[in-house]
Design a protein around this ligand. Structure first.
Ligand code: ADP
Length: 493
């Protein structure tokens, strides 16, 4: 099968969170299983071009529309690791993808609508004919609509589409005129049974468009699939999802076994084995490896060297991740003679202010550190050096950090929700239900007590996580079944 992923992130060259890990890991596994896979994404100025090989022009004269204006685009081909890439570069006066960032611009909706239209135009003009277009989240969710309502009338047979919902919180809500900039008649879509937003009748909802028009929809864990069908977690789209439930699948994400592997991780000063069977010698190497990484990390960050547990928290800092609980846990762990490091990228003015203040307060603390930037190499060292990972999320579609942590011998403390509930149990981690400091502190107490007083049980728990298979192998098979099923189906819209 030939699968084209249309995405806004890809790990190692343009990643802001889990979406980048997913496109990278899933594509590599589909390729390992013998399929032809390609990723098309914007040619961001922030791409790490050192990690790209053989960059060459693939399609030179691609004209696409932004409202009534016509702009010229170049599609580049390249390779990163073993993956084949296509990079779309618009020659647009607003420098759509040369902003020093992947997301976070005031005109994000316009940027990704332009990208979606240009990619559809590219498929139409270039004659490239994948079997499946795999789309990710709202930025590319309009593509099935463009294919069926615009390009089909031009004689283009729509390619089957699979849309993955990574996070229902972000839906791409826009004005009619913004949708019209793609060439679609925006007004015609402002209807309850079409793309009209269920909460604000003046707005168009791009993710809803994808849900209605894609041939199949997937989300990133079985629990999250159930949650998004409810009013509480559906963010207003639960009814559209219920109406399309038969094409909705919950497939648990994996992690790439090479990218996240303490045995060969280039970012670790000390590698260590992570595969069963765990003989005494292997256990010794794991413990020594983690201890050496911990010592290096403490030295590098100026933290005190002592026999106390180290807890890390790595992630985007947004409301979903329960920032208030993260702060309380940070202070609590320090008060209990533990060490805690937060590596996070805060989004929004208020969270930026709060976390920068906290960072300042603790800048000289020998046991706590807050690092507010995106640092991929440091994140690898943190997983490898830490004893525990903190993840008290209010909701979590899948969560990759907890799986990565398990693979690096770092035991997760998580709230029971979405993919965290699907991956963490009392056997491999510590889990609490209610998002209160009371339950959180009690769970931290339990974890600290086990680390301090029951080393044998701690190692058993660690072994449980290290022995689990979180690779993409079975998830890729499930995706292939969804692709195959979509190819058999007659499209409903
Ligand atoms: P989400 O998709 O909500 O961002 P996930 O747990 O699924 O959360 O994935 C987060 C990914 O992003 C992990 O690979 C994590 O290590 C990485 N990550 C998040 N924030 C940072 C950061 N500030 N620096 C380095 N890596 C980060």
């Amino acid at each position: 099968m030939y699968i084209l992923h249309i995405a806004t992130e890809l790990a190692s060259i343009a990643k802001t969170g889990g979406l980048g890990d997913v496109t990278y890991g899933l594509c590599k596994e589909l390729q390992r299983q013998g399929h032809q896979v390609q990723v098309i994404m914007p040619k961001y100025d922030t791409i790490d071009y050192n990690k790209i090989r053989d960059l060459r022009v693939y399609y030179r004269d691609l004209w696409s529309y932004d409202g009534s204006e016509r702009y010229h685009n170049t599609v580049w081909a390249a390779e990163t690791d073993s993956l084949s890439l296509l990079l779309l570069e618009p020659h647009h006066p607003n420098y759509l993808f040369s902003r020093g960032t992947v997301y976070g611009c005031a005109d994000d909706l316009h940027r990704f609508l332009y990208f979606s239209r240009a990619v559809t135009e590219f498929l139409f003009k270039s004659g490239l004919r994948p079997d499946i277009l795999h789309l990710h989240d709202w930025p590319t969710a309009i593509i099935p609509v463009l294919q069926k309502d615009m390009y089909q009338t031009l004689g283009f047979a729509p390619i089957k589409t699979v849309l993955t919902l990574h996070n229902l919180e972000h839906q791409g809500k826009c004005f009619v005129h913004e949708l019209s900039s793609t060439g679609l008649n925006g007004d015609a879509y402002l209807q309850p049974n079409s793309l009209q937003d269920p909460s604000d009748p003046h707005l168009i909802n791009l993710l809803k468009g994808g849900i209605l028009y894609a041939d199949a929809i997937t989300t990133v864990s079985p629990s999250y699939k159930k949650e998004i069908l409810t009013q509480k977690e559906g963010f207003g789209l639960q009814n559209s999802l219920l109406e399309n439930e038969k094409k909705l699948h919950g497939i648990l994400n994996g992690i790439d076994e090479d990218f996240w592997n303490p045995e060969i991780d280039p970012h670790l000063p000390n590698s260590f084995p992570a595969h069963p069977p765990f003989s005494n010698t292997i256990w010794k190497q794991i413990q020594e490896g983690k201890a050496l990484n911990k010592a290096q990390l403490r030295k590098r960050l100026g933290l005190e060297e002592s026999n106390v547990p180290l807890v890390c928290c790595i992630g985007r800092i947004v409301e979903q991740k329960a920032p208030h609980l993260i702060i309380e846990a940070f202070k609590y762990i320090l008060s209990k003679k533990g060490q805690c490091i937060i590596l996070g990228s805060p989004y929004g003015d208020e969270l930026n202010r709060i976390f920068h203040e906290l960072q300042y307060t603790y800048k000289d603390n020998p046991n706590g550190m807050i690092i507010l930037e995106y640092d991929e190499p440091l994140s690898h060292l943190l997983y490898a050096a830490s004893d525990m990972l903190l993840m008290p999320s209010l909701f979590e579609p899948c969560g990759l950090s907890q799986m990565i942590a398990l693979r690096y011998g770092c035991i997760p403390i998580v709230r029971k929700t979405g993919g965290l509930a699907d991956t963490i149990t009392t056997k491999n981690g510590f889990i609490f239900e209610s998002p209160t400091t009371k339950e959180l502190f009690a769970t931290i107490d339990e974890a600290l007590c086990l680390w301090n007083n029951h080393k044998d049980k701690w190692l058993k728990q660690m072994e449980q996580g290290l022995s689990q298979d979180f690779s993409w192998k079975s998830a890729a098979k499930e995706y292939l079944a969804v692709y195959a099923n979509s190819l058999k189906m007659v499209s409903e819209r």
